[in-house]
Design a binder for this molecule. Structure first.
Ligand SMILES: [Zn+2]
Length: 109
């Protein structure tokens, strides 16, 4: 029973992450960067307080350095770099603060 309650709780928190992130993206598109940043900082704060992990898609869409939602073409640039035939990585750069993220991935053939 306790376990079920905990998973329900996590579910609710995750739903909240998604709603808040959506709001942040919307306000960024409207041009309100300050508010978008505040919302993303709130998501991070919520994760710290509740110890519920932020879904990967959202986590990778928030700049660690300045909390701006990273939208390709608007607040971030995305480049693909390959190091060898098997290994490559995605380079995401935050336009706001210039922070660079590298996410490796395997090339499937
Ligand atoms: Zn940034």
């Amino acid at each position: 029973m306790k376990r079920r309650l905990l998973s329900r709780y996590r579910d609710l928190v995750r739903q909240r992450y998604e709603i808040v992130f959506k709001l942040a993206v919307e306000s960024l598109r409207r041009g309100d960067k300050e508010y978008a940043r505040k919302l993303c900082a709130y998501i991070k704060e919520m994760a710290e307080r509740t110890r519920v992990r932020i879904p990967r898609t959202i986590k990778r869409s928030i700049c660690e350095n300045c909390h701006t939602p990273l939208i390709p073409g608007l607040t971030s640039t995305v480049r693909l770099r390959s190091q060898s035939r098997r290994f490559a990585y995605r380079v995401v750069r935050c336009i706001e603060c210039g922070y660079i993220y590298r996410y490796p991935y395997k090339i499937r053939r």
